[in-house]
Design a binder for this molecule. Structure first.
Ligand code: ADP
Ligand code: MG
Length: 722
């Protein structure tokens, strides 16, 4: 019954090769040795179809021909062996705990394993079967021993190279079973073979195996080289699916929406640049050129502006808004929070205070350029007026939160939208933008982010956007000096320095420990830090306190006091992470710095070093983990956000970066954005070759099916939405 799908009544025609979609439709029970009970166990690890099984790839391989023998294990070091279980026993020890001991043997010797409080090990380690064991080797009563090692049961698998599958020990499915079932599944697929939707010339170009070969070799390689080649092909497929999705999305937007062809003839942008007290950096020039090219074109712009804190993104954004304004359109600037919106409002108003725009309805034919703030705090008649003037075109630039585009705010002609910090701006918001203009023309969108992402990671995470990068800081910045205070003596110097800087007229931030588990605890710890400092080390200074539980009004009052210089030291939680801009602040102290991730520390540090004064960042952390050590050392070593992003990727893997965007990209089981960089670029290139700008994947229906299969309905739904 269960394998009905696999064996539909045979016709006389040979069946075509198997597609992944078909493999997904066969339940695991269509494999002979998988009965209902095993199927249930597999379901616990999300394996329900034959495709799930085939894409449950080995996490490593044991090369029997070159495996370290027991005799080769070095005491005091980690080692791995493949050996046979000779004996296993279990007993109760003190504290009502169990201890399982086992002895493993190979041709060269024996080793004992001990496990504490893992009674199920006795059942796992079946006498006479093979196990791969990985752990630290020590000695016990003159013999070799490992305590609580990692164990993979390989069962009775033969062959030179033994695949070791990721297995959850509690589900009770062994790597040996997984290997056997995969072998049966592949044997069952053999008569029909695997369909391969990727054109042969592309496979040839990149020296890729056929899909059939790849699936066989990833599960049953003859040599380690086979496994590597197989992995390349499957990695390519994973990355190609993501890129096809992103490239389709990008081309779809370009094809289905008409943008505004902005005119570059006006004088506003030029004037704006001329009156700045400094020269734009080469990177700013380059980004502005790229943006202007997009703005001129009839396709709506979807561009990401990536630049480290302090790289001068605001000027680039304002330049883009001015292109809209000089062509009689309007601009909107959206920030993730009200506080940030207010801050941008102050900044942009200052930058544009002496500018005027053409207005034929006035006697002089022009009027002052008008920038307005629109947040929830703008209410009553002020709000009514701003809304009316936006609709009539009397307001040129509006600054607010992301709610701006979701709410009923009408524009006369919205030309350019700048979105600061992209995380909360998704597909729906984009769709909302289409409805903003009565003309039906879609405004151009510039998304800004201060989170540096390595290039190939950006291609995967933001592949539907074009990217401009500000990889250069304005000249004359004195780099922030970062140091790591490892104990009370160092800490004392830190508080000393704050007093010295404040005496010289500067200001400082003290960031309190991050407590992820509880907002309440975090607030309390911030209050405690504030109390301690104001009655202790910093008692002669004026302190302010900011955390997630203060009311918006209090927050604003504290921020403006700090901005005005009426508060010397701002004690705060990470609420100050983004956007806070007080150039007079020169010291950043981060307490328990090892609790923060690299990106967060980098953002926090970016709050200082914004003026002409030399700035300092102190990371306070006495005892840290290995990982913490590498993070803090990296911060001390460099202020380059891209370099830090690479370290972060190295330490944490891609999960974190991928997590920020839609789930579909989590299809990466084998591919790594770190080690498979070149494959990301190749896959992207191929995606552009295969997707037809007018008709998506019409020429490759099987690939289109695979996208739906792997990336899910919600992802592909978007493509169908007009
Ligand atoms: P970001 O938003 O990228 O963190 P900002 O746009 O806020 O950076 O700019 C940081 C500071 O650098 C601002 O005070 C700005 O006036 C200044 N700045 C921007 N571009 C330049 C430049 N080319 N030369 C000198 N200073 C600049
Ligand atoms: Mg900024």
């Amino acid at each position: 019954m269960s394998d009905a799908a696999a064996s539909t009544p045979s016709t006389h025609q040979p069946k075509p090769p198997l597609t992944l979609a078909e493999l997904a439709s066969f339940p695991v029970t269509s494999i002979k040795s998988v009965g209902p009970k095993r199927a249930k166990a597999l379901a616990k690890v999300d394996i329900t179809s034959v495709l799930d099984l085939l894409t449950h790839y080995p996490r490593r391989y044991i090369d029997r021909t070159r495996q370290a023998a027991i005799a080769d294990l070095a005491v005091g070091e980690e080692g791995m062996i493949l050996a046979e279980v000779d004996r296993v026993s279990s007993r109760r020890i003190r504290g009502n705990r169990t201890m399982v001991t086992a002895t493993l043997v190979d041709a060269t010797g024996r080793i004992s394993l001990t496990f504490f409080n893992q009674p199920w090990r006795e059942r796992q380690l079946v006498v006479g079967t093979q196990a791969v064991v990985y752990g630290k080797v020590d000695t016990y009563q003159g013999g070799k021993q490992m305590s609580n090692p990692v164990v993979d049961m390989v069962g009775d698998q033969t062959g030179k190279i033994v695949p070791v599958y990721p297995q959850s020990e509690k589900s009770g499915v062994s790597t040996g079973e997984l290997g056997r079932w995969n072998t049966s599944a592949l044997a069952k697929c053999a008569p029909r073979g695997f369909s391969d939707p990727v054109p042969v010339e592309i496979l040839d170009r990149w020296n890729l195996l056929s899909r059939e070969h790849a699936f066989n070799n990833i599960h049953n390689p003859e040599t380690m080289d086979d496994a590597v080649m197989a992995r390349d092909r499957l990695v390519f497929d994973e990355l190609l699916r993501v890129q096809l999705e992103l490239v389709q999305r990008k081309l779809h937007i370009e094809r289905t929406s008409a943008g505004i062809e902005h005119l570059l003839e006006g004088t506003l942008v030029g004037e704006f640049h001329r009156q700045l007290p400094f020269e734009l950096t080469a990177a700013q020039h380059r980004a502005i050129d790229e943006i202007e090219r997009d703005l001129q074109s009839p396709k709506p712009m979807h561009r990401l502006l990536q630049g480290d804190v302090g790289s001068g993104k605001t000027l680039v954004a304002v330049s883009a808004l001015l292109v809209a304004v000089q062509g009689q359109h309007q601009g909107a600037f959206m920030a993730p929070t009200e506080v940030l919106a207010e801050q941008h409002y102050l900044g942009v108003t200052e930058l544009l205070k002496d500018f005027s725009v053409t207005d034929e309805s006035t006697i002089f034919g022009d009027r002052p350029l008008r920038v307005e703030l629109l947040t929830n705090r703008v209410s009553g008649s002020d709000r009514t007026k701003v809304l009316a003037d936006l609709a009539s075109g009397q307001v040129d630039i509006v600054i607010g939160t992301h709610a701006l585009i979701q709410e009923k705010v009408d524009f006369k002609s919205l030309g350019v939208v700048v979105i600061d910090e992209q995380h909360r701006f998704g597909v729906e918001q984009r769709a909302a933008l289409r409805d903003k203009n009565t003309s039906g023309l879609v405004p151009d969108v510039l998304v800004m982010t201060a989170t540096p992402i390595p290039r190939t990671a950006a291609m995967t995470v933001y592949g539907d956007l074009d990217v401009s990068i500000l990889d250069e800081l304005p000249p004359g910045r004195t780099p922030i000096v970062t140091s790591w205070a490892k104990g009370p003596l160092d800490d004392a110097l830190v508080w000393d320095q704050i007093r010295t800087e404040v005496a010289a007229g500067r200001q400082a931030y003290v960031v309190c420990p991050l407590i992820e588990i509880s907002d309440k605890l975090e607030v309390r710890s911030a209050e405690e830090t504030y109390d301690e400092l104001s009655s202790g080390e910093l008692r002669d200074l004026r302190l302010g306190l900011l955390h997630g539980r203060v009311t918006p009004a209090e927050k604003e009052a504290t921020m403006s006091a700090f901005r005005a210089g009426d508060v010397d030291v701002l004690v705060a939680t990470t609420v100050i992470e983004v956007g806070v801009d007080v150039p007079n602040a020169t010291v950043m102290v981060i307490i328990d710095a090892d609790r923060f991730g690299i990106a967060q520390l980098h953002q926090l540090r970016g709050r200082v070093g914004r003026g002409q004064h030399k700035s300092y960042c102190h990371l306070l952390a006495d005892e840290v983990s290995n990982d913490g050590d590498e993070r803090l050392s990296a911060l001390v070593r460099t202020t380059d956000g891209f370099e830090l992003a690479e370290v972060d990727l190295e330490l944490r893997g891609e999960g974190t970066i991928m997590g920020e965007r839609q789930k579909g990209q989590n299809d990466l089981k084998l591919a790594s954005l770190r080690s498979d960089r070149e494959w990301v670029e190749r896959a992207r290139g191929v995606a552009f070759e295969l997707v037809d700008p007018q008709a998506d994947l019409a020429d490759y229906p099987e690939l289109a099916d695979e996208l739906r299969l792997f990336l899910g309905e919600t992802e592909s739904d978007f493509l169908l939405k007009g």
